[in-house]
Ligand binder design. Structure first.
Ligand code: FES
Length: 164
């Protein structure tokens, strides 16, 4: 099967039962995406499919044949870390770091959702500006990504600084 992963074409043999997360981690060695609950509850496995965030543990790899997938390894570029990654460091947006790749991917997609005016299901359709300045809205939109260390204040501060 063929995929584009972090802007590179990838061709790989895949068992039909393989999850996208296992494809990334086990077949391709992209271990940034983490396996936490493996049942769609924690968000540690979040990756982007053409900019949309998904829990890769719940996705069969075959469903994404031909699609463009971005993992945490693809967020940085030749210039260095993504601005959000730098903000996470600056604001202590992690402790053990296990949830961080999923948090980063999810926040990148969330910022795009806000820019496109996609409302959250709780707070309705605020303007992009209002959403960016409202930490409650950020917490709601990031609620699919759990942090067992409780680094939420740093995570929200880093996202707010990057996208406000
Ligand atoms: Fe996929 Fe927890 S490992 S949501």
């Amino acid at each position: 099967m063929q995929f584009t992963i972090n802007d590179r074409p990838v061709e790989v043999e895949v068992d039909l039962r393989t999850s996208l997360l296992d494809l990334l981690r086990e077949n391709l060695g992209l271990t940034g995406s983490k396996k936490g609950c493996n049942q769609g509850a924690c968000g540690a496995c979040t990756v982007l499919v053409e900019g949309e965030r998904i829990n890769s543990c719940l996705a069969l790899a075959v469903q994404y044949q031909g699609r463009s997938i971005t993992t945490v390894e693809g967020l940085s570029d030749a210039e260095g870390l993504h601005p959000l990654q730098r903000a996470f460091i600056e604001h202590d947006g992690f402790q053990c770091g296990y949830c961080t790749p999923g948090q980063l991917c999810s926040a990148v997609a969330m910022a795009d959702e806000m820019a496109r005016g996609i409302p959250s299901h709780v707070t309705g359709d605020l303007t992009a500006e209002t959403i960016a300045l409202d930490h409650d809205e950020l917490r709601e939109r990031m609620s699919g990504n759990l942090c067992r260390c409780g680094a939420y204040n740093g995570i929200v501060a880093a996202i707010a600084e990057t996208y406000a």
